[in-house]
Design a protein around this ligand. Structure first.
Ligand code: KG4
Ligand code: ZN
Length: 340
């Protein structure tokens, strides 16, 4: 079964053609990052307009690169939640129009479930059940993937998402948006022991995360140094901060692995590209006798191949959208069967 995937939940307009949920025939991503950088973050209104501008060309390019005609496509999978509402609506409406005109089934896909599916594209042998650390710009969850369309949240962030925590600290250090990527690079050349930062945890909830205190500690450190006229080593601060965030992510995730007894562990979302997170989890899983699955680097960030992959499993589970499909800015990853 060949699905066309469409993604427009944030600042990437993407389309892809994927066979049987596992084989990428094409994947096209048009990033808006350069247009938002000057504002220090994504401007929703601009994102919607840029998606409108790009979407037709991106879909045409994905079809052309796949070597398939629209008549050879069996269905359209589209991200309908969560994300920026105006941005999501561009993809949802485009997909609805295309599905109607081509007489194709329309499959609604949850963006974070798509991130989880980036592992199906990278690792053909991976099948549920497994435990997944979903870490993106807007969400941080520990999820039990019991089946392709049956997910259970075991832990979540109480405040900032991991990607947001990286981006906000980077911004305070003068690193341009989206700072998480750059902070990770700079940290490679720094000393992670140079600055003592708090080890964030949520009392009584060992599988939950809280990053806002850590971010505040960095802001205070920078502020105090400025007042005293002291130099701050940005590579050392990046390395110390990255170390603290990654230690928090891995500690709760490995605890969840121990508690559930799950043997297979995966990571998903933009932050799964983080070099230290990948290395640390590699070492911890080896020690604990767990199998670790990491998405290929081009599939860590937002893309539509992951949407088409998850769309395939949603389709098999009978999930279809009608002409009344709407976008939703906040939908939990473990929404009950039958929605959206
Ligand atoms: O999944 P994603 O592409 O978009 C959302 O669904 O949010 O995640 C984007 C987030 C951004 O916060 C970005 O800074 C972060 O992922 N990110 C990273 C790295 N690459 C992307 N954070 C830390 N280290 C990285 N290498
Ligand atoms: Zn994402």
């Amino acid at each position: 079964m060949i699905l066309l995937g469409i993604e427009s939940s944030c600042d990437e307009t993407a389309a892809a053609v994927v066979e049987d949920g596992r084989q990428i025939l094409s994947s096209v991503v048009a990033s808006q990052i350069e247009r938002h950088r000057v504002f220090g973050g994504v401007v929703p209104e601009i994102a919607s307009r840029l998606h409108s501008e790009a979407i037709t060309g991106v879909v045409q390019e994905a079809l052309s690169q796949s070597g398939k005609q629209l008549s050879q496509i069996d269905g359209i999978a589209v991200t309908c939640a969560p994300g920026l509402i105006g941005a999501l609506l561009v993809g949802v409406n485009f997909a609805k129009g295309l599905a109607l005109s081509a007489g194709l089934p329309l499959v609604p896909v949850h963006h974070l479930r798509g991130h989880v599916a980036s592992n199906y594209l990278t690792s053909p042998s991976l099948t549920p059940p497994f435990l997944c650390l979903v870490v993106s710009g807007g969400h941080s969850h520990i999820v039990a993937v019991e089946d392709y369309t049956c997910l259970r949240v075991l832990g979540r962030t109480r405040d900032d998402a991991a990607g947001e925590a990286f981006d906000k600290a980077a911004r305070a250090m003068g690193i341009p948006y989206p700072g998480g990527v750059e902070l990770d690079k700079i940290a490679e050349g720094g000393n992670p022991q140079a600055y003592k930062l708090p080890q964030p945890h949520v009392a009584g909830a060992p599988l939950d995360y809280s990053f806002s205190g850590l971010k505040t500690a960095v802001l205070n450190l920078l502020h105090n140094a400025k007042q005293k006229g002291e130099e701050v080593s940005i590579p050392d601060l990046c390395a110390s901060y990255r170390q603290a965030v990654v230690a928090s992510l891995t500690t709760a995730f490995m605890k969840a692995a121990e508690q559930t007894g799950m043997k297979k562990l995966a990571v998903a979302g933009g932050v799964s590209a983080n070099r230290l997170l990948r290395r640390e989890l590699g070492a911890l899983c080896e020690k604990a006798g767990k199998e670790l699955y990491l998405p290929a680097l081009p599939l860590c960030g937002d893309n539509a191949a992951m949407i088409a992959s998850q769309g395939y499993y949603e389709y098999l589970a009978g999930n279809r959208a009608g002409a009344d499909l709407n976008a939703s800015p906040n939908m939990p990853i473990d929404f009950p069967a039958g929605q959206p």
